[in-house]
Design a protein around this ligand. Sequence first.
Ligand SMILES: Cc1cc2nc3c(=O)[nH]c(=O)nc-3n(C[C@H](O)[C@H](O)[C@H](O)COP(=O)(O)OP(=O)(O)OC[C@H]3O[C@@H](n4cnc5c(N)ncnc54)[C@H](O)[C@@H]3O)c2cc1C
Length: 359
Amino acid sequence: MTLHTETLIIGGGLSGLYLAQQLERAGRGYLLVEARARFGGRIISPSIEHSAEHFDLGPAWFWPGQSRIAKLLDELDIPYFDQAARGKLVFEDPSGQVRRDLDMATMEGAHRIEGGLARLIDALVSRLPKDKLKLSSPVQQIKMGEDEIHVTIDGAVENISAKQVIICAPPRLAAHNLKFSPPLPEPTIQQMRACPTWMAAHAKFIAVYDKPFWREMDLSGDAISHKGPMMEMHDASPQSETVNKGHGAIFGFLGLPAQARKGQDAIIIEACKQQLINLFGEGAASPIEVFYKDWSADPYTATKDDANGPQSHPHYHGISINEGDWQNRLFFSSTETAPQFGGFLEGALEAVDNVMRRF
Ligand SMILES: Cc1cc2nc3c(=O)[nH]c(=O)nc-3n(C[C@H](O)[C@H](O)[C@H](O)COP(=O)(O)OP(=O)(O)OC[C@H]3O[C@@H](n4cnc5c(N)ncnc54)[C@H](O)[C@@H]3O)c2cc1C
């Protein structure tokens, strides 16, 4: 049986879902296929038992001046608040000596979504028709026929007749995992491989506590460590510091390179817990839950080429196809294709705006 659609969207992260929303609004045909058994891609916000609070293991912030994401949240009636910034920053030197008296708030001004970013994904998914979204459908091959595009998903050929395909997955990942028939032009493949997937080299740890106890110590939850294993920590409590009730949480980015983290999850989690006691005192000794995610080990985000992330924010640009059969049939729209806000959540939306103008 052939499934007929105008546009095949590959990837159900923020970019793919926002594209689906735009096409739905425009009354255009589409089918979205997502490799994982969940939507959201790099957005993932697990919760603790018996609580509606969620904690962001992927992105957590957006910033003033990122108007698309602010507008989308307003439209979906999702409130956001300012990153906690009151109180001192904790600093740990390479020998483990700690000081808790620094007047610095490294993420002051950033915004967080009340209840976690997965709320945005849930809101988008709940407004789209279920029969246009397919989970657990990793695309492996895209083959162009006369009028039809045949897609191999999870080992089986599915006949999907589509006028165009839009890849809403990171270009480097697509170059690594997707086979194109006929092949993409070499310059296009090279651009895709050279495009680092933002934050794919990173790992994030979160500890959840009964309450944000550090606020009573006049600490903001921010910490910088030159010892590790976490190098940068922030308050990840699910609500604004002005509310100051509910659970508290601190998250940290690991400083260890991806290669050194491989197969070491249990040891790393213990070391992170210990580090939080060293930095924030005995109040940190009894987290009610911890979460850990190593993005470099996730096959639907990272490739082996992402093990060493870029030192600074890359200058992203669109992926172009200037010759051959795929011209005007295949487009790219993950955050890594956005020239202005590439890498950020805002870029995932910017990429959609750009691709919508092209077909
Ligand atoms: C730890 C971490 C922290 C971050 N912090 C921030 C932050 O604070 N602020 C910010 O703005 N940004 C942050 N980012 C970046 C942010 O997560 C991304 O900009 C955004 O989520 C990208 O969305 P996307 O839809 O473009 O890509 P993705 O979320 O990667 O979505 C791509 C989708 O394609 C699917 N897919 C892949 N291959 C296939 C296939 N073969 N077939 C079908 N589907 C496939 C994937 O499963 C995925 O669902 C962070 C990222 C990480 C990992």
